[in-house]
Design a protein around this ligand. Sequence first.
Ligand SMILES: N[C@@H](CCC(=O)N[C@@H](CS)C(=O)NCC(=O)O)C(=O)O
Length: 308
Amino acid sequence: MSVGCGGGGGGWSGRGGGVVRAVVGGVRWLWGRHRTTVIVTAAVAVGVAWRRHRRAKKLRRQWDSAGADVIVLHTLRYGRRCPHLSPFALKLETFLRMAGLEYKTDFEVPMGPKGKTPWITVNGEDIGDSQLIMERLAGRYGVHLALQSSSPEQQAAGRAIAIMTDEHLYWGLVHWRYYADSEMRIHELITLPAYFRLMLLLFRHRIRKLLNIIGLGRHTTQQVEEIMRRDLQAISDYLGEKAYLMGNEPCEVDCSVFGMLGQFLWNAPGSPYLAMMNEEFPNLREFCLRVKNQFWPDWKQCLDPQQQ
Ligand SMILES: N[C@@H](CCC(=O)N[C@@H](CS)C(=O)NCC(=O)O)C(=O)O
């Protein structure tokens, strides 16, 4: 052990010494030849870091002043056809409304502690992941929706539907948005700053790799559509003639399903999924309109730009 460590340590320090010498040499060379550039670059870097730090502190103060138990929902800015481009954000904001919890929205810092959107801050605590957030809030504020009074069998079905929606149907949406939609109509849905558009291009590349890793990206587009059609068929069959998935009263599962199907209905122009919602699964379309009418009376005012 000690031999290995000693030997490794010696090798490391030898290589490390070479690197340090090269860096020091490089800095000396820059300092000697481009002193002004080095000073200006360092000053700009410090200035940018300082501004970032001050902005972060200011935002934190703002979120903390929301009030005790007031939830700050952090998401991407509202979209043009549907308030949220993210199914998870639409799911979560619908839940906050359904549960009657007090909240404010923040569009300044959409990515949260887990590097994803949406996330919340409540009483100074940051929490990521829509599902975990809903569970935490339900426990903390005693939110009692229809799922809690359903039978264990219904609860099991509800969980299966929510997970299928969040973890499977979601990838169908992603596949459409970042892969199959050659016209990239995502740009019609939300106004993004220039740097975000650039990030979207990088994100697109990452998504394609990810789709291959999870396997969906290895199917033909037609096969993906067929797989997604079966998910939609399953939800449509379970919903049947009911107003909500668990019966006459809405619950958390409806939030997941609405968050996702709302993307197909309003945020996937030209997609086969929009056509499926309109032509093959009218009860899912009606369901979305029902949830929208009940929990989003201000839908139009939430669009960007606001509408009357
Ligand atoms: N399980 C998470 C999923 C959130 C999620 O995947 N959000 C997407 C936007 S729809 C995101 O932030 N993606 C950015 C990334 O993964 O880097 C939740 O329920 O909140």
